[in-house]
Write a protein that binds this ligand. Sequence first.
Ligand code: 13P
Length: 335
Amino acid sequence: METLQEIAKAMVAAGKGILAADESPGTAGKRLASINTESTPDSRRQYREVFLGTEGVENYLSGVIFHDETFRQSLSTGVSFVELLQGLGIIPGIKVDMGLQDLPNFSGEKYTQGITGLKERLAEYYAMGARFAKWRAAFSIGENLPSDTCVETNCVAMAMYALLCQEAGIVPIVEPEILLEGSHSIEESYEVTTRVLKELFATLKRYKVQMDGVILKSSMVISGNKNENRANAATVGEMTIKCLKESVPSEVPGVVFLSGGQIADEATENLYEINKAASLSEGGVPWQLTFSYARALQGPSLASWNGHDENIPAARERFLERMKANSAARMGEVA
Ligand code: 13P
């Protein structure tokens, strides 16, 4: 499997999805703090091993996204995480953006940094086995937010990142996350998501990014988490499909969704409804629609593990449950 097109297709293979295990050391530290565990390189390594050491992950995962730290770490057996995945036929991926910064003069808005040195970093990651990468931009919905400037700035950076990835033989995941935080309605989410995705794909096109060698990681079209009258899952499904059909080129092989702070069951139900709406929509859809969750796959398991070795089997059981449920949902089925 070598071409961008082959890799991209394998990333969204039937019945499978992607585990986002790429929380920065800071964010992983917050997850560990929630179970009263000190965050050190080794405790973060153990946290990854709880999930990746689960027997049968290859039945549900097409790929795993790592942060630089984990990309260089190993299981307690000494086998590196990357080698483990390669042996299981799961594609190793790497988060390459360098995080969010405040956009000066645009209060409450962020831009994503990480283009400097990216060409060299991609060459190193490719040599170490990475075949896809991820870059995340984040947009808040609010009064006059996101601004056109914030959208444009982030889309240009994502296009440059995508170009450099494809040049390096790495499939870029472009992730413009519309944040769940806020009291916005699902209609506002629909408007903002559509606006951002249209601008993103217009920019990727201008930069001559190969559309059949890129994967979109999108948020769902969904009411804000503080909205008092949140739309139901069926509406999330229908409006997400409407938005994607208006903004994502048909050559793109797949759209993978982030969970964004939804509770685990909600993220599964919404993924099911998105796939259902896709199959019911006129002419169907040209893309595979699957999951690329961090919290909605790992959250319940983290609570079961609670930092204690004796709880690892139970934690892995819960991780398997989440993977099975989302694998079914991604096929428009209920587990
Ligand atoms: P969540 O599923 O927890 O939103 O994380 C996915 C992700 O990769 C965010 O960048």
